[in-house]
Each structure stands twice: as structure tokens, then as C-alpha cells.
Design a protein around this ligand. Structure first.
Ligand SMILES: *[C@@H]1O[C@H](CO)[C@@H](O)[C@H](O)[C@H]1NC(C)=O
Length: 584
């Protein structure tokens, strides 16, 4: 144990108590831990060895689970990235911050979008920074960037409590990794081919025109040359304008763009180096590192060393690369002797994406026995994610908690352990995980969890205190297509409202403790408690609705507009090309 660290912590404690005039009781050591919060993007609960996968190799995630506690009933607040992460950062349902949509805009789609996490929302990073923690976000943000003009960075991570940022302000999109074996690349090379053809034609025309004009005067040569230049410039601009590869696939360090477009297959290893350097700089703590993987979102950019290493194609290779990167991170934690004073949390932002596939090849994750996946607000496969918490000497090793917990719980847990207080002026939906993790409590604090798809309430989970049941009531479910399929294969994501959903009256009822796959709805005939449960859950919905105050919807119009001029550019516009990581 690092003596210097203990000393500095006790000084902090004294100052803290002095400032606030009260002595907080902490049921744990009394020392404030460091935090490493890890989210994987789109990882399915069925993709990890420690969650029952026997063909994918994830030894480092498995190690975390062995050395910590596994949350097997861990629920995301939304089934898409942007809203789920807003809820994670703030401990609140996305409808409360307005980080939800009502027009099918499920996430922030481009760096030209004006949407972002409102500045008056409070993240755990902000509260921890105020407690003297060094805070960093390394990896994916996806909570907005610019709002009024290019470069205003109104929604930048630094506006939400992160001292240090390295990563993607957006998220991986399919154009980010033009793998030669894939269609996006064909489309890309198709465009390049057309460009070359046009340029040749243009050069010939200009040349001929030039010779003809030269008969008359030399100065006239200026005309075709300028025409050529203007055409060339506008062609380049319109080409890059179309391709989100230039405009969305970029990396930043702090407020500076380091790569545009990015080399997606090396971003992960730079992230690990950045994280290691952050840990080294802050080994005397306390720190909060939110390591937000770009893995395992499509297009699954994977370094050559991992291609072909799994028995599950590109997706499996990408999962195994993610695991190896986690291994390097844990190795750095061990090497710096931070293991015992660091709480490590690991989860996915929502379920695997069933509809992400090319032909017979599955490009999205596997949600095990749970029905549905990413984009489906109510079905378990969209929101049940793997969760692990490790804190040696504090959190029981090898424990499994099957009580409902939420990604939103990280907020109050981390805030309390850091000695801060959650905001009192707003509704916080997360609950402190420590009583469960320390075995002081057997039951989830979440009696009800509400499952939204955009702003629409699709389902509710009820975990009664004195019953083995976990009821799930569905009011709305998506219409799977083609008929008989288990996803929305015609539209890539299942919609949340309109004629592509079914409104259930009477609602569908399942008991997850008997039917985790939500395969057979219970009815009045098969479940004597049917009416009681529906009534009780209905009351909870009414009470919950009363607690949701009207706020501007951030992800839909008019607040969310697409303005191409907001998109960041590292060079002389429109030549937004740079690589400041060339040495690697
Ligand atoms: C393991 O994960 C792969 C890739 O997602 C999946 O295809 C396979 O079905 C999973 N195996 C088990 C036993 O869950």
C-alpha cells in the first residue's frame, strides 16, 4: 500500500469534514477509492465466458468477474447508445434530461447535429472533480459536440466534468473502417473511381480548350485553368461532404482534432496507451477514469493481429481484441499497485445488435437466452447487459447478484464513495449499489424499473420485496419482420411507435423468474395474480409519470438540427485531413 496515498487521503478527509461541517459515515474503509468505469459498446450478455459463452475467449473479463461480483440482472436505461449513456452519466432516465426523441431520432447521428447532453445536467464526473478527483474520459462520448458554431464545443466532455478527454466525440459509424472485404469499401472505391474518371475527362476537355484558346491569346489559358481548379475544389468538397468518414470518424485529444479521418483499427491501442499514461500521472489518486470502448460496435475495426483469431468471424475477433485491451489496462493497474484501492466497473451500454449482419454473417452481439436486442426498449435482450464490479478487499469475490440493478446505479454509488452528495434538486433514478455489493442487503432497491423506447414507455419491471417473482409488463412491443423473425430485419432497428408496434390492451405479462426468455405471456387463465400485478404496475406507472417533469426534447427537432457547418475540421476548410498520431 502506498503510504503517500493514505496520507493525502486523510488530509482530504479532514478538509472535507472541515468544509462541510459534518462527518459522513462510510460503511467501507474510510478511504476514497479510485474508479475505472468501463463500458463496451453494443456487447451482448451472451458474448462473455463468465456469462456462459464457451467459444469466445474473454479471459480478462472473466478474471474481473472472478475477483469481483457479477451482476446478472443488470439493466440499461435505454436500448440505444446516446440515451443509455446520458442515463449512465446522470443517474436519471433519459426522459428526465430530454435525451430521448419522439420522431425516430434514436441517437446523435452526426457531428453536425446540434443535440447534446444539456449543460444543467450533473454527471458523476462533475461531482467527483469537485471532490478533488482527476477525471478522464477515454473513448466514445456520443453526447454531442458543437451547438451554435463550429468549435464552440458546447457539449464537449470538458463541459461535463472530464478534465481529460481522448477519443471519438461521436461513435463508430459504418464508414469509419473501409475494410476491403466489405460493401462500404466498394461504395467508397466506386466513388473514388468515378472521381478519377471525371478528373480525366475534365483534364482532356481543359487541355483541348486550352489549345484552342491559345490560338487567340495566352492569357486566355487562365480561364480553363481556373475553371479546372474550381470544379476540382467543389468536387472534392461535395465528395467529402457526402462521406461521413471525413466528417464523423475523427479523434480528439482535449479540444484538438488529432486524426481526421481516423485510422479506426489503431484507435483502441492508442486509447489503452492514453489510459495507461493517465493512470501513471494520477497514481497517487484519487482519479476517475471512464474508459469507453469503441469496441464492439460495427464496422468492428480490428487490428491485423486479431483477425481470424476467434471462431465467430469478425465480431468474435473484435470481442477478443477488446478483452486483450482490457487485459492491458488491468495489467497497468496491477503494475502501479492500484488494484486494491480502485473500484473497477465493467458493463455494456445495451444489448447486442441482432440486425447487424451481412448475408449469413452476424456482425452484432449475442444476447443469450434473452429475447430481442439493441433498439428494442422493452424486450430483455435490448437492455439486459453483463455487469461486473471489482474492488478487492471490499466487494465480495466470486459473488453473483441476480437482483435487478441498473446502469444508472453507478451514479449514486460512485458519488457516495467519493464523499459527495447527489443533487437534491432533481429526481435521481439510480440507487446506491454498495449495500447489495457488501451483502448488507439482499433485495434490490428498485421495486420498479421503467423501460422506455424513445419517450414512449414500453414496459415495466416489478420486483416485489416478498416474492420470488420478477414481473414484466409490456404495453408496447415492436412488430418483428419479416414475420417469424426475432428482430426487425427490414429496418435495421425496431421502431418505438407508429404502425410498426403493437399496443397491448390487456398488457402482456411475464414472470422473468420462471420465463427469462419472455416466451409465453401469462393470462388471467394461467396466472391467478394477473389482475393484481397489472393494477399494481399501472399505479406505479401513474406515479412515475407524475414525477417526470416536461423538458425540451433534445434529440428531436427543433432542438436537434443538422447543420453541416458545425462539423469539426482540422485543416484548411474543406481539406479536413490530418494525422497527428503518425509516429505510432
Ligand atoms: C458465443 O458468442 C457468439 C458470438 O456472439 C455467439 O454466436 C454464440 O452463440 C455464443 N455462444 C454461447 C454458448 O452463448
Amino acid at each position: 500500500m502506498d503510504v503517500v496515498q493514505w496520507e493525502s487521503i486523510s488530509v482530504d478527509e479532514v478538509e472535507f469534514c472541515f468544509l462541510f461541517g459534518q462527518n459522513r459515515t462510510r460503511d467501507v474503509t474510510g478511504a476514497r477509492p479510485n474508479f475505472i468505469l468501463i463500458l463496451v459498446d453494443d456487447l451482448g450478455i451472451g458474448d462473455l465466458g463468465c456469462f456462459g459463452n464457451d467459444t469466445l475467449q474473454t479471459p480478462h473479463v472473466d478474471r474481473l468477474a472472478r475477483e469481483g461480483t457479477k451482476l446478472t440482472h443488470h439493466i440499461a436505461a435505454a436500448s440505444m447508445c446516446t440515451p443509455s449513456r446520458s442515463a449512465f452519466l446522470t443517474g436519471r432516465y433519459p426522459v428526465r434530461s430530454g435525451m430521448a426523441s419522439n420522431d425516430g431520432t434514436r441517437v446523435i447521428y452526426s457531428l453536425g447535429d446540434t443535440a447534446g447532453l444539456p449543460r444543467n445536467e450533473t454527471t458523476f464526473a462533475e461531482l467527483l472533480r469537485d471532490q478533488g478527483y482527476s477525471t478522464a474520459l477515454i473513448g466514445k462520448w456520443h453526447q454531442g459536440l458543437n451547438r451554435h458554431v463550429r468549435g464552440d464545443h458546447h457539449h464537449h466532455p470538458s463541459q461535463h466534468g472530464f478534465d481529460y478527454f481522448y477519443g471519438m466525440p461521436l461513435t463508430l459509424v459504418d464508414t469509419c473502417w473501409p475494410d476491403p472485404s466489405r460493401d462500404t469499401e466498394l461504395a467508397f472505391s466506386g466513388r473514388m473511381g468515378r472521381l478519377v474518371q471525371h478528373l480525366i475527362a475534365l483534364a482532356v476537355v481543359t487541355f483541348v480548350l486550352g489549345i484552342v484558346l491559345r490560338w487567340f491569346c495566352v492569357c486566355c489559358l487562365l480561364v480553363p485553368v481556373s475553371v479546372l481548379l474550381i470544379v476540382l475544389l467543389s468536387y472534392f468538397w461535395s465528395e467529402s461532404h457526402q462521406s461521413s468518414r471525413y466528417w464523423d470518424c475523427l479523434l480528439m485529444r482535449g479540444h484538438d482534432i488529432t486524426e481526421q479521418p481516423m485510422k479506426a483499427e489503431r484507435a483502441g491501442s492508442i486509447m489503452v496507451e492514453e489510459a495507461t499514461a493517465f493512470l501513471e500521472r494520477n497514481q497517487n489518486g484519487p482519479f476517475l477514469l471512464f474508459f469507453s470502448f469503441l469496441h464492439v460496435h460495427t464496422p468492428l475495426p480490428t487490428a491485423d493481429a486479431f483477425l481470424g483469431t476467434s471462431s465467430h468471424g469478425l465480431y468474435g475477433d473484435n470481442v477478443q481484441e477488446m478483452d486483450a485491451m482490457l487485459g492491458k489496462l488491468l495489467e497497468a493497474v496491477d503494475r502501479l499497485a492500484l488494484t486494491n484501492q480502485t473500484l473497477v466497473y465493467f458493463a455494456s451500454d445495451h444489448g447486442g445488435h441482432l440486425e447487424a449482419r451481412r448475408g449469413q454473417t452476424q456482425l452484432g452481439g449475442w444476447n443469450g437466452r434473452f429475447k430481442g436486442g439493441k433498439g428494442m426498449g422493452g424486450w430483455e435482450g435490448g437492455i439486459r447487459v453483463p455487469g461486473i464490479v471489482r474492488w478487492p478487499g471490499q466487494v465480495t469475490t466470486g459473488q453473483v447478484i441476480d437482483e435487478p440493478t441498473s446502469l444508472m446505479d453507478v451514479f449514486p454509488t460512485v458519488v457516495a464513495l467519493a464523499g459527495a452528495e447527489v443533487p437534491q434538486d432533481r429526481q435521481i433514478d439510480g440507487r446506491d449499489l454498495m449495500p447489495l455489493l457488501l451483502g448488507q442487503q439482499q433485495h434490490s432497491e428498485h421495486e420498479f424499473l421503467f423501460h422506455y423506447c424513445e419517450v414512449y414507455l414500453h414496459a415495466v419491471r416489478w420486483r416485489p420485496r416478498h416474492s420470488p417473482a420478477t414481473w414484466k409488463v409490456h404495453y408496447v412491443t415492436p412488430v418483428f419482420q419479416p414475420p417469424g423473425a426475432q428482430g426487425c430485419y427490414r429496418s435495421y432497428f425496431c421502431p418505438c411507435s407508429g404502425d410498426q408496434v403493437t399496443y397491448h390492451d390487456p398488457p402482456l405479462l411475464f414472470d422473468l423468474s420462471r420465463d427469462p426468455s419472455e416466451s409465453t405471456p401469462l393470462t388471467r387463465d394461467t396466472e391467478t395474480l394477473y389482475d393484481v400485478v397489472i393494477r399494481k404496475v399501472g399505479e406505479a406507472v401513474r406515479e412515475h409519470r407524475r414525477s417526470v417533469l416536461p423538458v425540451p426534447i433534445q434529440l428531436s427537432r427543433p432542438r436537434n438540427r443538422h447543420d453541416p457547418w458545425l462539423r469539426p475540421c482540422c485543416g484548411l476548410f474543406p481539406f479536413c485531413l490530418c494525422d497527428r498520431e503518425g509516429r505510432r
